[in-house]
Design a protein around this ligand. Sequence first.
Ligand SMILES: Cc1cc2nc3c(=O)[nH]c(=O)nc-3n(C[C@H](O)[C@H](O)[C@H](O)COP(=O)(O)O)c2cc1C
Length: 618
Amino acid sequence: MKKKITSPWDLEILRESIKENRVSGKPCVSVCCGTGCMASGALEVLSSFKSLLKQKGLDFQLDTKLTGCHGFCEQGPLVVITPGDILYCRVQEEDVEEIIEKTIIKDEIIERLSYVEPVSGKQIIKEHDVPFYKKQYRLLMANNGKLVPTEIEDYMALGGYSALKKVLENMTPKQVISEIKTSNLRGRGGGGFPTGVKWQSCFNAPGDPKYLICNADEGDPGCFQDRSILEGNPHSVLEGMIIGAYAVGANQGYIYVRREYPLAIENFGQAIEQAKEYGLLGEGIMGMDFNFNVKINRGGGAFVCGESSASIASIEGKVGEPRDKHTHATEKGLWDKPTVLNNVKTWATVPIIMEKGAEWFASIGTEKSKGTMIFSLTGKVNNTGLAEVPMGMSLRELVFDIGGGVPNGKKLKAVQTGGPSGGCIPENLLDLPVDYEKLSEAGSMMGSGGLIVMDEDTCMVDVAKYFLSFTKDESCGSCFSCREGITRMQEMIDDITRGKSSLEQLELLKELAQVVKDTSMCGLGQTCGNPILSTIRYFEEEYLAHIVEKKCPAGVCRDLISFSIDSELCTGCGRCLKNCPVEAIQGEKKEPHVILEDQCTKCGICREVCKFDAVIKI
Ligand SMILES: Cc1cc2nc3c(=O)[nH]c(=O)nc-3n(C[C@H](O)[C@H](O)[C@H](O)COP(=O)(O)O)c2cc1C
């Protein structure tokens, strides 16, 4: 049973005793146990470390830690050995004995497990020297690799809950709101609304009780930063929520988290229980006249449920569909009571601002977008993972310096930001400093921080088609312009990819995308045209090639490509014939083969298996 903290001083005494009981500088093996690393065997690596260290009698001299996500997901499972900050990548159970024998006992580096920079081929030993981390500015992700997410004492040892202490001890709710306003923090869930203004409006609103919601629905394809924060440092979100509740006068909070995030739910649930045990949550927090509780609400599993009015409806037990927002949630939100709803990253930023000060926070970033943003780097990029950077960093730095560029020497074609609500930014705009305004000026969006890199083999019409089919599936359908508009747009874009469209249709598509944007009720419909409009804006020639020349320049759209075999290069080895799933290839052994066009499904397997580059895609 933990001893309750009954005053702000108690917290400091507890923190000191936690630190004293820890031998500082004791060697430690940290294994990244974010969902990505766990899927690649991190838990097996950790248990192998534990059992082998015990067998060798080393378990008293060395700690083993299961930490949250380090962000460098491409290279997982990751193991970091301190002191020395030695990073090992893609570690498997069978590597553990060697790591103990060589690195831990003899101080030797195992080259095969070290990170090799893909462009220069340079071997990098220390985690902080890896270019992926070097250009980042980690505020929210800073402690993910340092603490065990399920141990509140770890969070406290690193200064956790001191922002809450500062707030409860020295500040009035008004002062907290004013600090958040001065920091210019903008919501990280997509829209970028000023957080202080939102809190002020809830504070001013008449009505009792008041509620607070953490939006952890994170439905954007390719986005996983909210999940990583919840899994890796749940107390940072909880501390932000407690501070927010104090500021706006709420006694009950909810976290709306998608059901598909079991580890985030588990770790956040444990954080709630531990905070309660210590008296940091519940009745009389830190001995003050302030009560606040948090409940977990598992999401309905639909992208649209992340929209604020839909999440509110879903928490109320209604169908998770957006409602008309004639009144703000800050006045009439959950059960028609004043409610503040913020994204996971927004809540996790709050303790940092309260601890380090609004002025300090506002000194990071651009004129109108302050602080840092975490991007999920995915797609055709060498270093897939989470990159936290100051607002204003250019897309080029993000993709090339942090992301390590495009694999296999291919050329970058575009960067898609903002998920299904965002757009594609072409290579010639890569020097764009990323912030809310610059991205929307370029026809895209910040969204929740999705960043998908596309190389020369990507067909931009196909990309627009993909995002449109996503929003079509996820549209709740209650609003006519969105329901019918997206369906019609999808038919039109499908016709383009089949070479069955005309220039008039293209004009109509542009017009319709704009109409759906202008006339839909919620953000899903209002942004679903962005992928189409941005690809037409920057890659119109690709649309024209599909429509006029009936060609797909990237060779992606099946109806517009065909395969044939170069008789000069074909040796008649028979590999393509054996591998063709529809028997569309004929030929005798050692004689050039041919593809029967009317039977070919254009799957491309023949091209993949041919060792003589004899299969040509036209
Ligand atoms: C279709 C749709 C899905 C959304 N999904 C999310 C989400 O998963 N997480 C999130 O924080 N915000 C999401 N939003 C934005 C929320 O409606 C809301 O603006 C945000 O959570 C407010 O928090 P913030 O001010 O901290 O950004 C979504 C919006 C739309 C239109």
